[in-house]
Design a protein around this ligand. Structure first.
Ligand SMILES: Cc1cc2nc3c(=O)[nH]c(=O)nc-3n(C[C@H](O)[C@H](O)[C@H](O)COP(=O)(O)O)c2cc1C
Length: 172
């Protein structure tokens, strides 16, 4: 697998995360290889130096079900040669106490697999009560947080700024 390719692994129950994944592919072109974890083996993550992973939070702070199904397999991965950026979909108005929790769980899981984690973003502009998707000092999300449900109009700029950020972080 060429070192230049970006593996984008995502799970999505109602297509929001999948649509974001497709937008990322449209923006970065055929450098991005899409993998829906409902179908593709997560072992393939080891073949990429650059990874983007997408997960929505479901059911009061739970993992999206396709990620949940492969969760134990993630423990067996060696990602020590990979740079990984996470993005999440969530709903800050409907679930303010569990906003973007799964983003944090996936981030921590892949960090434990040895990955260097990049792509953190500001919490500014999001209103919620609690989240497991934050850095220890609560100043940033552990990836890109999107809320297409309530802030769809902000998502395009958030995504394009993040992809610019990744251009730097993936090359350093
Ligand atoms: C039943 C239900 C439970 C949800 N629970 C949460 C939650 O705990 N935290 C959160 O941030 N978003 C929550 N959401 C919002 C989803 O993350 C959001 O709708 C997301 O866009 C779904 O992504 P998907 O279509 O890729 O599965 C929930 C949505 C539904 C319908």
């Amino acid at each position: 697998m060429s070192a230049d390719l970006i593996g984008l692994f995502y799970g999505s129950s109602t297509c929001y995360t999948e649509m974001t994944a497709e937008k990322i592919q449209q923006a970065l072109g055929n450098r991005v290889v899409l993998h829906n974890v409902a179908e593709d083996d997560v072992q393939q993550m080891e073949g990429y130096r650059f990874l983007i992973v997408g997960i929505p939070t479901w059911d009061y702070g739970e993992l999206q079900e396709d990620w949940e199904n492969v969760w134990d397999e993630l423990s067996d991965l060696d990602l020590s040669n990979s740079l990984v950026a996470c993005f999440g979909q969530g709903d800050q108005i409907g679930y303010p106490q569990w906003y973007q929790d799964a983003l944090g769980y996936l981030h921590d899981k892949l960090a434990l697999a040895g990955a260097k984690m990049v792509g953190y973003t500001t919490t500014s502009g999001h209103t919620f009560e609690e989240s497991q998707g934050l850095t220890d000092d609560s100043s940033q999300f552990l990836g890109l947080a999107l809320d297409d449900e309530n802030q769809f109009e902000l998502s395009e700029a958030r995504l394009s700024n993040w992809l610019k950020q990744l251009e730097h972080e993936f090359s350093s």
